[in-house]
Design a protein around this ligand. Structure first.
Ligand code: EPU
Length: 437
């Protein structure tokens, strides 16, 4: 275990290199299970989340070889279609059911972990697997699935465009017999990167209009190489850091096409940005001003961006409003910000243009932020990955010292975060914490 000690209150300036996207890397590792040939993943982030996925793939029979920002992964044979537990948990194991069913007709994987940001059910994953011909049971801490008659294409209409369930459907349909049609599917850039990789492996996937995907099953997939897209959530985190500290940060590798909505929010709040061929610079020379934001599926303002962005809004003049429409319970971190001096109140009403899935259910999914409020350093415990990043940004914005424990949670998604932030002037130190036994 380790903790971070931060001395804040000064603008951060300089250049920071984005890493490969966490929410693509693990998905491509799972996709590699669909072939017996070797796959090569470039721009690969070796972080906590991909380590957990590596443990899963290793238990199923994959051989993994790491290079510099590179992973070679080959699963010549599925040695074991049952993985009952892993040393740590993330959201990935259920995604492995599709490849395991395609290659051996049976799968058993542990139930999911991941951030505590709402109930996070998996009903839509189960729905797609069953529609494609699988029998699925949940019990004793595992999901068990069988496809005694193989997987067959089907027409599936998602009641909600879930990222994970769309991925489950892609994995289970690329080797299924016949055509699968996915209506109201997720089309996040991370999904498109997965589709590009599957296409290189030999899959036939068409992007139709209006969130429709058409998949024509093929008999076999082959190995492929892919350069993982850069992490747009890292970009939004560092961009928010620039706004909150009145800094000037060049994010090498940031891509405008993945950040259009975020950049609009930067400009509306009074920040500025420059788009260069090799990255994006975000700076904040004036006092930021309050704005309203509603999170949404792509191409809307991503839920993963709202947490870091709210730190910037604590420094903005006026009353900002956030309506979170993706996760029921993603405002727990505002307690930490309030402890540091912010004035944020959360509400169960939909404070946005339109009612969302959570209307009338009592979930505290809207927030009102009064600013600007000076922040002061405090002792904080990391709640989950993105709120851990909130604590770091708030600590770097605040006067005085902030101590953040539970940093392993942050390491799940951000590679060597302290070392990278030091390069843009952050006063941040990592200390090992030893359990007294
Ligand atoms: N949902 C259901 N049933 C399902 C699946 C999802 O009701 O079977 C609900 C969820 O409870 C949630 C909403 O649908 O309220 C969105 O879930 P989705 O399936 O779209 O998200 P996910 O696949 O679980 C991925 C990312 C998240 C990111 C979301 C939205 C990974 C590992 N995680 O989650 O990233 O917020 O898509 O873009 O890819 C993060 O990186 O911090 C993170 C939470």
């Amino acid at each position: 275990m380790s903790k971070l000690i931060i001395s804040g209150g000064k603008p951060l300036k300089g250049e920071i290199q984005l890493m490969g996207a966490k929410n693509v890397a693990s998905k491509l590792m799972v996709a590699s299970l669909l072939t017996e040939e070797e796959c090569i993943l470039e721009n690969f982030p070796k972080i906590g989340d991909t380590d957990i996925t590596a443990e899963l793939c290793g238990a199923l029979g994959s051989e993994l070889t790491y290079g510099e920002n590179l992973l070679k992964i080959k699963t010549a044979r599925i040695k074991n279609h049952k993985v009952q537990s892993l040393s740590r948990r993330n959201r990935i194991p259920i995604l492995a059911i599709g490849p395991l069913l395609s290659r051996g007709g049976e799968a058993e994987v542990p139930i999911l972990g991941g951030d505590k940001i709402g109930p996070r059910p998996v009903d839509l994953h189960v729905m797609v697997l069953m529609a494609l011909g699988a029998e699925v049971e949940v019990g004793n801490g595992v999901y068990r699935a069988r496809a005694p008659n193989g997987l067959r294409g089907a027409k599936i209409s998602f009641p909600y465009p879930s990222v994970g369930a769309t991925e489950s459907a892609l994995y289970a349909s690329v080797l299924a017999i016949g055509r699968t049609v996915l209506q109201n599917a997720a089309i996040e850039p991370e999904i498109i990167d997965l589709i590009k990789f599957l296409q290189k492996m030999g899959a036939i996937i068409e992007l139709g209009a209006g969130r429709t995907l058409f998949i024509d099953g093929v008999a076999k997939l082959r190995g492929a190489s892919h350069h993982i897209m850069n992490d747009r959530n890292e970009a939004a985190s560092f961009g928010s850091l620039a706004l909150a500290t009145h800094g000037d940060i060049f994010m090498r590798g940031a891509e405008q096409e993945h950040l259009i909505t975020f950049l609009n929010a930067v400009r509306r709040v009074g920040g500025e940005y420059e788009v260069h061929p090799d990255g994006i610079r975000i700076l904040c020379e004036h006092e930021p001003k309050a704005i309203e934001i509603e999170t949404d599926t792509h191409p809307g303002f991503m839920t993963d961006w709202q947490q870091p962005f709210v730190v910037a809004l604590t420094q903005a003049y006026g009353t900002s409003v956030i309506h979170e429409t993706i996760y029921e319970d993603r405002f727990g971190y505002t307690n930490d910000l309030n402890l540091m001096g912010a004035r944020i109140t959360v509400f169960s009403k939909c404070l946005g243009d339109r009612p969302c899935r959570f209307t009338g259910k009592g979930f505290m999914h809207s927030a009102v932020i009064l600013g600007p409020t000076p922040l002061t350093g405090k002792k904080l415990v990391t709640r989950d990955l993105r709120s851990g990043m909130v604590n770091i940004i708030a600590g770097l914005t605040a006067e005085g010292e902030t101590e953040i424990s539970g940093v392993d949670e942050i390491d799940r998604g951000y590679y060597k975060i302290d070392e990278r932030l030091k390069n843009i002037g952050a006063l941040i130190e990592r200390e090992k914490v030893y359990n007294a036994k």
